[in-house]
Design a protein around this ligand. Structure first.
Ligand code: ATP
Length: 445
């Protein structure tokens, strides 16, 4: 919950507005991402991921999970309910503090967030603005079927609160010792006033969060450690180093729960914006939930005999926002083609298989190769149109490899392997394909 920490209109936009338009149109045309409920005209701030977008998102999510949970012995995962006891949001401060202040223009009727305004007049028409009004960002709903028995509950606006609630439980059932972390990936909901910039700010989105509990004396060390590791992850999934930066919050920007915070920002075509926040939350959350629930959430260290409330370092990254960063970073135009230069690690399709021509048994051989590769990788088989067009079709969705079956294949069981970025082609044996693709598309420890 970093309300007010960053406004979309405050950063320095690059002079590349058309890139966003082209990307949005490519995403729609090729089935990555499109507006939700399209046949009813769409609905603001809500998006559907199509076949390629789903694979891309899954790959980003899986890589995050692999590196931050599976490969670490001090982090475990959870998958908690979206609706929680409503008291959780009192304890967390969301019920009192999670809102935007809004003003309306009396002339053109447009609505703006106060923290994003640079002057006291309407940025669109210069008209007079109303007094600010509070707009609550949590979605409310009712629990219970019988009208007089219902309880007002909320769709979670962040995934992390349940990780605090379960600190004691997980520590005991997973036999963890502080320092250790709990991670979760899941949907969050915010009734954003100004959803904008494609999937950058939406009303339903996925977050990937880690709460890492440590001794208060070690919070500085763990903060630095997580910041470095999380920054590196963006480079590992293919983001160019010059497009990522760290932005520390100064004292007045800090959220009420935070002792220290650094945003990891990406240079989107519409400017530098937060993709992830690293926070030192101190013992705010465990203390709050102890006070509100009456359950002791402190930790007893058997080695030292010390009892204390752990400090917590949080890494909170938007999955959809990361997917947008990945798409922006991958987008490239050449005179002859549009290419999405995804890292092979996260590319939605790893390999396209093509018969050079649609006759003489080449389609059958190509299909057989594709079916074998499909057991391990996401593949595409395509026999329609010229081979050049088929390569371009895959370049546009970022498929790193193309395999072409030609007449020589029938003689010596070799194929050509085309690499997306260099467009270089080389010949190799069919049975060498899985090894080459696997090496390029799998994360090495
Ligand atoms: P902002 O200032 O942009 O509203 P925030 O500071 O409120 O973001 P946090 O509460 O720290 O964001 O959430 C952590 C991460 O969750 C953000 O870095 C972002 O990647 C993602 N996120 C937050 N709100 C949205 C949203 N409305 N749509 C998509 N992703 C979001």
């Amino acid at each position: 919950m970093g309300k007010g920490s960053s406004g979309d209109t405050k950063s320095q936009p690059q002079n590349k507005p058309d890139i966003m338009e082209k990307l949005v149109s490519l995403c729609k045309r090729r089935g990555f991402i499109f507006p939700s409920s399209q046949i009813y005209g769409g609905i603001n701030g809500l998006w559907d991921f199509g076949p390629l977008g789903t694979e891309l998102k899954r790959n980003v999510r899986d890589d995050w999970w692999l590196v931050n949970v599976r490969w670490r012995d001090d982090v475990v995962g959870m998958d908690t309910s979206i609706i929680t006891h409503p008291r959780v949001w009192q304890a967390s401060g969301h019920l009192d503090g999670f809102h935007d202040s809004l003003v309306d223009c009396k002339s053109c009727k447009q609505r703006f967030r106060v923290d994003q305004l640079e002057a006291k007049v309407c940025p669109a028409c210069g008209g007079e603005l109303t007094e600010p009004r509070k707009f609550h960002l949590m979605f409310r709903t009712q629990l219970g079927a019988v009208a007089e028995d219902t309880v007002e509950v909320y769709l979670r606006p962040e995934t992390c609160q349940s990780l605090f609630l379960n600190f004691k439980e997980i520590q005991s059932v997973a036999r963890m010792k502080v320092p250790f972390g709990i991670a979760q990936v899941g949907k969050s909901f915010r009734n954003e006033v100004t959803p904008r910039n494609f999937i950058f700010r939406s009303r339903e989105f996925e977050q990937m969060e880690i709460e890492f509990f440590c001794h208060p004396d070690e919070e500085g060390k763990w903060f630095d450690d997580w910041l470095a590791k999380r920054h590196q992850w963006f480079l590992d999934i293919g983001i160019k180093p010059e497009h990522m930066t760290r932005k520390p919050h100064d004292k007045k920007e800090l959220a009420h729960y935070a002792k220290k915070a650094v945003d990891l920002q990406y240079e989107f075509p519409f400017g530098w914006q937060e993709v992830e926040g690293i926070h030192n939350r101190g013992n705010f959350d465990l203390s709050q939930h102890t006070n509100f629930s009456g359950k002791d959430l402190s930790y007893f260290d058997e080695a030292t005999g010390q009892k204390f409330i752990p400090s917590c370092i949080e890494s909170s990254v938007g999955l959809d926002r990361t997917v947008l960063a990945v798409l922006c970073d991958a987008y490239d135009e050449e005179p002859e083609r549009v290419v999405l230069r995804f890292s092979p690690l996260i590319a939605p399709v790893k390999v396209g298989v093509f018969p050079l021509v649609k006759k003489d048994n080449l389609p059958e051989v190509a299909r057989k190769i594709e079916l074998a590769l499909r057991k391990k990788f996401v593949t595409v088989y395509d026999e329609s149109g010229s081979i050049g067009r088929r390569y371009r079709r895959q370049d546009e969705v970022g498929t790193p490899f193309g395999v072409t079956v030609d007449y020589q294949t029938l003689e010596d069981e070799t194929v050509t392997l085309r690499e997306r970025d260099s467009m270089e082609q080389r010949r190799l044996k069919i049975d060498e394909l899985p090894g080459v693709i696997e090496t390029a598309c799998t994360r090495q420890p």
